[in-house]
Design a protein around this ligand. Sequence first.
Ligand code: ZN
Length: 280
Amino acid sequence: MVKVTVFDRIQNEKLDMIKFVLEGVSLEFANAFRRIVLSEVPVMAIDEVIFLENDSPLFDEIIAHRLGLIPLTTDLKNYNMRHECSCGGVGCTLCQVELTCSVKADLDGHIVRSGDLQSTDPAVKPVNENIVIAKLQKNSSLVFEAFARLGEGRDHAKYQPAQIGFGYYPDVKIDFLKCSDCPNQCIAAQRCPEDIIDFSKGKAQLVKDYWQACTLCEECARNCPQEAITVQDKPNNYIFTIESTGSISIKEIVEKAMIVFKEIFSEFLEHLKNKELFPL
Ligand SMILES: [Zn+2]
């Protein structure tokens, strides 16, 4: 049975992050989920830039690349992927958003930031207004038009909606019967870089929620002279961390990943029903 236990959640203006334990799935499933989030959950990113004036010391290409990497808030419900749009991919208000920037520096060292981008849709704008685009000298200008479109992480990393990773769930055991022969110190506790073993009461004990800190380095087991410690990973248990770029919420990321999952399987099922795979 699949079980999800959230043990850390931060959601504020600066950070949207979740940590949870996913139980009862195979390593392959856990990794498929991670890869679908990274490569098939679409978000908006700047995809085309038309430069009208660029007096900055940076080439147009460098600024265009920087613009592409600015996370944009994304409205998944009201925009189509360009190749699926009724416009046939030419570009319309249903599949792209225009962002313009027109800055003339009054002083030396004027910094053009993501907050200087003016979007035609208030729902699609930079997640953070302080991302540096370029630095201008007095009386120099930076003027451009940019187009943001939906895209997927498999095409470019700028479309990845989040950082996502998972690790094995640590299962550390201490055999206290073997501990009794030890002198008045615990070398294993001293060697653990994450301090998951507490020896302050004269007995080696695992600290509360040690599994959140343990990195499975096995330093404790290797340095225990009594060989009293075993370190393993719990089968089919994985600790996930997802941190959104701010383009879409973690809830939307997970929901969309599951929709993609379902679509893949129903398409496969459809082929089965049509007897393409097993004609007889
Ligand atoms: Zn369109």
